[in-house]
Design a protein around this ligand. Structure first.
Ligand code: PDD
Length: 287
């Protein structure tokens, strides 16, 4: 079955979907994006993702490409046309097409594209054995809270991870603290059993999965704190894991050369993963 994409008001065969060469996203990375999980044909945490899209647009002073109601219809139509049960929706808004010049163009119309694809969720073995992460210097800018398409440091970091047999790279700030992964948020569980993830300042993307996990942790009566943690602290932690819309909670069992805990997925991480999956299949869904 051929894939269908949405480009500026039209549904197009994926292979023919294109934007102009002077789109500012292409020339300046002047745009933002969102990734929404589709599970059993329903969106997970749809509203928080759309709220974050609005925030990213506001921060960059790009006008919303359309109202929320029609946007949600496009999401559903794309899921339907691509026959997605489990997958993701990718949406991107750029400042639009204009003659190349750095200041905001006067009359550019925001460009809006959406794609949907099937994805395989992390398999049981990955979840039980956990994954390896490597640490790298965080070389990004000071507004990592905006979900922009300017992802070159993240791309280089993920490639470094792959070339070193790792699933993810944890970025480390000048103080020696972990900020986040290249496409995931970072978590540890201290030896006292406390759940720790960095506070959402401008140094990280405030993950929607991260926010949901904090909500679920509070509801479950788990002890948690949002604060920076160092690489050293992570390496001596009882457990570690990463979170994102497409990886949920994925246990981390090795950081650089250090094995975490007993080298198997930790119990709190697995419990949170189950709690999250129940949420994603229940109250977190919008059909
Ligand atoms: N990445 N941090 C970064 C830098 C990210 O790119 C992402 C998401 C996250 C997790 O956010 P959320 O829980 O809202 O997915 C954290 C998406 C999935 C991506 O770029 O593909």
């Amino acid at each position: 079955m051929s894939r269908v994409a949405y480009v500026n008001g039209r549904y197009m065969p994926h292979g023919e979907a294109a934007v102009h060469i002077e789109d500012r996203g292409y020339q300046f990375a002047d745009g933002v994006y969102e990734v929404v999980l589709v599970q059993d044909g329903a969106m997970v945490d749809e509203m928080p993702h759309l709220d974050r899209l609005d925030r990213s647009l506001r921060e960059l002073r790009i006008a919303p490409p359309m109202d929320r109601a029609p946007l949600r219809l496009v999401m559903r139509e794309l899921v339907r046309r691509n026959r997605i049960r489990t997958g993701l929706i990718y949406m991107q808004v750029t400042r639009g097409v204009a003659r190349r010049d750095h200041p905001f163009p006067e009359n550019a119309v925001p460009a809006f594209v959406m794609t949907a694809k099937r994805i395989a969720l992390p398999n049981v073995e990955t979840v039980e054995n956990g994954v390896k992460v490597v640490t790298i210097r965080d070389i990004r800018w000071e507004r990592c809270d905006i979900k922009t398409v300017a992802l070159l440091p993240n791309v280089l970091g993920k490639q470094h991870a792959r070339e070193n047999g790792a699933y993810e790279a944890w970025q480390v700030d000048d103080a020696g603290n972990v900020t986040e992964g290249t496409s995931t948020n970072a978590w540890i569980v201290s030896n006292a059993g406390e759940l720790i993830t960095r506070n959402a300042d401008q140094g990280i993307l405030n993950g929607i999965t991260r926010l949901t996990l904090l909500k679920l942790a509070a509801r479950e009566g788990l002890t948690f704190v949002e604060r920076p943690f160092s690489v050293e602290e992570a390496k001596t932690a009882r457990e570690a894991f990463i979170s994102s819309a497409t990886s949920f909670v994925t246990p981390v069992t090795q950081i650089d050369d250090t094995v975490i805990g007993n080298g198997k997925a930790g119990s709190l991480g697995l419990k949170l993963r189950d709690t999250y999956l129940a949420y994603a299949g229940g109250e977190g869904r919008t059909p």
